[in-house]
Unconditional design. Structure first.
Length: 532
């Protein structure tokens, strides 16, 4: 090992120990680190929209039930986008009353939406943001104005009551086929129009072409963004990477800029660029060779774990150099999302939008999402009955996001031993997910558990089935996992305690990390237990 690499590795080891000491010390609570109004439910607020929630629960919820085969494709099997258009017409087409940035992609949509929203708010724009899923309350999916606070229960319920007769008519005229997501999307767009936002940042739910959000026309679309293409929702999106790319490319509109995140494999990027060309849509790519983004190190800044980054981004007519940007969103994948958001902003600036370099930096540094590289404080670990335990929550649920999580852990805690707690939905690539963690070589314990998906059990994978998948994955890799490493526990909170106890026994005084992952719904269950 050369001298430079040796000293760099040594510094990372020392930093890892300092960070672990911090997180088992008296770190700030969730509310002080994130802002409880922006990120977590308020019971009294949620009570004010009981009627609306009961209405939503009466509709078909594909998040809970699972999406039918081919539903996201632009074919006869796809969702009926005409139904959504008719619903919006009855509501007065509110989606035509604001500018929009539409984001599709397999991974990175929510993070890119958050980066964009915070940059635009930092410049003083009134921003509506619509994302999914949520962690604790459905109100998290809709944020409004210059502050970025999520919509109040009172405002959402008032809007629902005002439009209930029209919604009832739509449900009847569409033979009961109006879905949970369609009504929620309609309410979000109505709120954005009502609040007269300057711009709405909208995350597609599934695919793009047949998603309910894809009623945005070219006259109000400021930019279409495609973050990544990966193997998720394969059956719903046609069964191949190529069909997934075509579905995502469905958000590209005639004459409107398309921003590509990536990097993409050549044939997938070709599909996206060909679609843009057919729509006379200029393309900007965050992965162009001229764009350079680097992580310089990880440190604690004002009590928060950050990665210090440089971003050098160039589009056709805009150029920006941002040095020593302290991102609270950790990992190389989040740096790529930040670069993608910066490309979008430069594209808007080239179109005449007023957005300063200072606002770009401020928005990037402010952004943090619950459940993504999310460390519990010492107080919160104690509330779970695990004082002195370092607990990381991350909603990774695909092979690619598992790889990104492993990379982030190795970058931030290079010498830490890991205990995994995994709960996943039934329609995910369990074997691929397991493979990424089995390769990291630091596992002291793997506890397979269960989480309700979308508030129900129909998409939950049993702990026993997950165990079989992990054993199969290890055998296929030629590194059979010792069965003593694998434990099943159907109670997620109990699983976390088991993982922590095993880790404590096996590390013999060395620092360890308990990682809860596999689903944002699992993260939600942990955080909800802290607030109940």
């Amino acid at each position: 090992m050369n001298v430079f690499k040796y000293h760099h590795h040594f510094r990372l080891q020392i930093l890892g120990r300092l960070l672990l000491n911090y997180f088992v010390g008296e770190g700030p609570s969730i509310s002080s680190r994130i802002g409880s109004k922006q990120c977590f439910g308020n019971h009294s607020e949620d009570q004010q929209m009981t009627e609306f929630m009961e209405y939503l629960d009466s509709l078909k919820n594909y998040e809970k039930l699972g999406v039918p085969t081919g539903a996201g494709t632009d074919s006869e099997d796809g969702f009926d986008l005409g139904r959504m258009k008719r619903l919006m017409e009855r509501l007065g087409n509110p989606q035509s009353k604001f500018k929009a940035i539409h984001i599709a992609g397999t991974k990175g949509k929510g993070s890119t939406a958050a980066f964009l929203s915070n940059i635009l708010r930092a410049e003083g724009y009134s921003v509506g943001c619509y994302t999914s899923p949520h962690i604790e309350t459905i109100r998290e999916r809709i944020s409004l104005g210059r502050s970025g606070e999520m919509v109040s229960g009172k405002a959402l319920n008032f809007l629902f009551k005002r439009n209930k007769e029209l919604l009832d008519q739509s449900v009847k005229l569409e033979n009961g086929r109006i879905s949970h997501f369609e009504v929620l999307t309609a309410m979000a767009f109505s709120l954005f129009a009502q609040e007269n936002v300057d711009v709405a940042v909208i995350e597609a739910g599934l695919g793009g072409a047949r998603d309910a959000t894809n009623i945005i026309c070219s006259s109000i679309l400021a930019a279409a963004v495609i973050t990544s293409i990966g193997e998720e929702h394969m059956a719903a999106l046609g069964g191949s990477l190529e069909s997934i790319a075509m579905a995502k490319a469905g958000i590209i509109k005639h004459g409107c800029p398309t921003i590509l995140g990536g990097p993409f494999i050549p044939n997938i990027e070709c599909i996206l660029r060909d679609k843009a060309l057919s729509m006379s849509s200029p393309v900007v790519s965050a992965s162009d060779p001229g764009n350079r983004s680097t992580i310089k190190g990880v440190s604690l800044l004002n009590g928060r774990l950050c990665q210090c980054c440089d971003l050098i981004i160039q589009t056709d007519d805009e150029f920006i150099e941002l040095f020593d940007v302290n991102l609270r969103m950790l990992g190389r994948h989040q740096l790529q999302n930040a670069a993608t958001a910066t490309c979008v902003i430069l594209t808007l600036r080239n179109l005449g939008w007023r957005i300063s370099d200072a606002s770009i930096r401020s928005g990037l540094e402010k952004t943090f999402l619950v459940g993504r590289s999310h460390f519990l404080s010492a107080k919160e670990a104690g509330m779970l009955g695990l004082p002195g335990t370092t607990i990381l929550l991350d909603g990774a649920h695909t092979k690619d996001s598992a790889k990104a999580l492993v990379d982030t852990i190795q970058m931030s805690f290079p010498d830490a031993q890991l205990a995994l707690v995994v709960a996943m939905a039934s329609d995910k690539d369990h074997n691929g997910f397991a493979t990424e963690f089995l390769q990291c070589g630091k596992l002291e314990s793997i506890v397979l558990s269960e989480a309700n998906i979308g508030g129900g059990k129909s998409r939950t994978t049993s702990a026993a089935l997950l165990r079989d998948c992990w054993i199969q994955a290890s055998n296929e890799m030629g590194i059979p996992t010792q069965t003593s490493l694998l434990t099943t526990e159907t109670s997620l909170l109990r699983a976390i305690k088991i993982a922590a106890e095993i880790l404590k026994q096996r590390t013999e005084g060395r620092r360890g990390l308990v990682v809860v992952t596999g689903s944002l719904h699992a993260v939600s269950m942990v955080l909800s237990s802290l607030h109940s």
